[in-house]
Design a protein around this ligand. Sequence first.
Ligand code: SAM
Length: 509
Amino acid sequence: MSSLVDVANTVGRAFTATLTREEQRAMGQFMTPPAVAVFMAQCLVASATQTTAKVLEPAAGGGILAAAVVEGLLAKPQAERPRRIELLMYELEPRLIDGLKALCQQMRVACEQCGVEFDYLIRNEDFLLSELALLGQPLPGLLTIANPPFLKLNKSTDRRAALHAYAVHGQPNIYALFMAATARLTPPDGGWCFITPRSWMAGAYFKAARRTLLQHLTIDRLHAFESRTEGFEEDAVLQETVIAWGNGRALAEPGANILVTRSQGAGDIATAGIQALPLARVVSADEHAMFSLPAHDADPFEGWTATLKTYGFEVSTGPVVAFRATEHIREHGGTDTVPLLWLQHVRQQQISWPVQKKREHIVATAESAWMLVANAPMVVMRRFSPKEDERRVTCAAYLGQLPGPVVGLENHLNYIYRRNGTMTPNEARGISAFLASHTVDAHFRALAGSTQINATELRKLPLPPLDVLIQIGEVVGENPTLATIDTVVSEALALTADQQPNNMNVVAG
Ligand SMILES: C[S@@+](CC[C@H](N)C(=O)[O-])C[C@H]1O[C@@H](n2cnc3c(N)ncnc32)[C@H](O)[C@@H]1O
């Protein structure tokens, strides 16, 4: 016999297959993939000890989440298995009801085989208008699991927003009302699990919903899907999704941790590491109660001991001091000149020369040779960037593409090169991308008082292993955007997280 999750998946998919993408969006019809449903349910039932387990799926679709919970409960050792399961499903769409009924019949058979009593109720009605949701009283033994619809509600015309006004602040989204309404139903021995877009965690409009959640629940675990599409790969939902688990004990124990896991999608959940973060680091203590997921539970830089020098690199300031070198600097190029790079030629991850705005040529002779540098791969960066620049470091990989045996670098630039040898193009790309990354930016911004990043700070900057920098260089491509850099860098660093014990507080998964 196929598993209950497979049956529910088939029911849900068969229905969504009849809809266009637009209809699916308008109805908030995005079904949870089986692997994600099982993952959600496993954690929800792990601490469930009720003799009678009440399972609520308030936006049931094909019932895949309820199916995963029932299977999870039946898979428990006999001593921990409930004696009775009562399932309550709400689904607004009439075309899904027959499929849900058929699923419940199969659940009954599966329960009977395990000696567990089973009862179910399917309500073809709006959960937010149901008696249960409006009463808002805890239901003993309740385990709620949901992938609610995601739709903005019109506050003035939609009755549901008015009836759940305790969770409405600004422009409500229906999914937050599902979260808040079910939080109120969760008793101290109950569990709660939702998969939703990540916006509730910090969005201003979700303030009231967050406060309701925290009033009724302790959120004890979060899983973030980092990739924008993989959370629901078949449906390509564009928002980042997050799974939250909670219990109905409203007051978190002092010193309590939230377990945080992350994966790209459903496929790599099994290998995702675990962070245990103090609650206070995840949820802000002020009235906004915003949730944030720090990238690592320790500053990644603390785990790195290498610096540029370790890898044989050096940082220097551009040797051409324009007012002392006037006799060598030229407006127009000739047979005896080479390119001279100024601040203006270096933009974030891009070198443009010539720009026809500067005296951008310099005579290359035996006399001026001391102020010129080898025309080889290096990282060139601005020594001064306006405060409003998005990143503290503005730099670019220079791969030796300009003409001539040497080039001039004006004194407002710094450059990183290999002291006794040649930097490879991938080293240049990798270092340049790393320095412009959000990771380095956050590190420099956290160092109080440093407005400009000078050569001394660059020399002190802890670096990840050289092969990670090279790997970043290989992947990041020519003239990458900051968004590309951030994705590539965070992926490359995550790959090494397990090897760096200081980076993550890894606990047994
Ligand atoms: C995002 S789908 C999720 C379905 C299923 N739980 C899953 O995880 O695959 C949301 C479901 O909730 C139903 N729905 C939308 N609004 C609802 C409401 N107000 N009350 C009950 N069900 C609703 C939709 O018809 C849809 O089947």
